[in-house]
Design a protein around this ligand. Structure first.
Ligand SMILES: [Zn+2]
Ligand SMILES: [Zn+2]
Length: 107
């Protein structure tokens, strides 16, 4: 009996430098792709498809969405800082794009 199957495997695609939101500094990391491998007797033969990908920081081991590679340090810092609404003066948590006080959209 021949045993076919598939398994998930991770592969380092690239070793980019990026700004890590956890370390709050420029770090070296790994761009990792998760592939599905076709196996024969549990031995991975070839990759079937890319399942997903992520970026991992070498320092804190945190995993991040690959879109972080397109962001500058300033953009990432801005996303981490609380911001003050110009309309009502309310201080809003990072990541919110609408003011919790007045609902005003934040650029
Ligand atoms: Zn980090
Ligand atoms: Zn407001």
């Amino acid at each position: 009996m021949i045993i076919w199957g598939s398994t998930g495997k991770e592969k380092t695609i690239d070793r980019p430098d990026f700004y890590c939101p956890e370390c709050r500094s420029e770090v070296s990391g790994k761009h990792i792709g998760v592939y599905r491998y076709f196996t024969l007797y549990f031995i991975p033969l070839f990759s079937l498809e890319k399942h997903g990908e992520y970026v991992k920081c070498d320092h804190c081991e945190g995993s991040f969405n690959v879109s972080i590679l397109d962001l500058t340090a300033d953009e990432i810092e801005a996303a981490l800082e609380p911001w003050k609404c110009e309309g009502c003066g309310n201080t809003n948590p990072p990541g919110k794009d609408r003011c919790l006080g007045c609902g005003e959209h934040h650029e």
